[in-house]
Design a protein around this ligand. Sequence first.
Ligand SMILES: [Zn+2]
Length: 249
Amino acid sequence: MTQLGGMVSRQAHNLRKAGSIPAAATILLAVLVACGGGRPAPRPPAAPSPAPSAGPPLVATAPDPFVDELAFFDRGVIWRPQLQHAFSVEAGPEFDEQLVDHVLAQATAATGGDVGFARGLRSVPDVRLVLDGADPALYRDGQLVAAAVAYQEQRGGVMVGGRVVVAHPVWITPKVLLHELGHVLGLGHTQAPGPYVMGGAPLEQDAFDARERAAWRWIAAQAPGTRRAGADVRPAAAPGPVVCRELLP
Ligand SMILES: [Zn+2]
């Protein structure tokens, strides 16, 4: 294991495994371009849990439009990552181990260590990186439209895992993988002039910008079930694919 990988692994081991999470899971789809349907979710889809039952629903207003844009939500509920949690990652044999370790370390560092990513922490992975050029979500009208897709798995607005599907080996790159892990961290996209990992096409950056890290920190600080102020302005996304409109790199 590389020194970097060892650091990540130790850091991840120090993170506490998530505790009580409702059983049902919702799988949504974030795509690197435009997406049509997706393959059946690996777990039965279910509606996200509502806000905590006691008291009025929590509502949050992002500090600026950049953060508001990056905050990913479904039916008004902001999706935030499980904090103090280490995502156990499993990568297919086509994925170079050093490249994967590098990207996982970048994603971990972007969270300040509040969320970790490391390969092989547990027998059942939270995040899978797979190469599958036949994934239907990569296509629209029979045409390949995406380099990769990320299936986000959340429970009650808390990101608990995901599956990243890359269409072709040439797109197993730090930029592509880090962008997709950004979705697993609960990030959406930004249209702001970049370069940003979560920016538009072509994929721009292989390390999160300070603004992206700050946005993530705000998102991560929201209590589970928190609703985005004015969320009804945007149409409900799902259950179903969340559309990303980026070009193939
Ligand atoms: Zn995306």
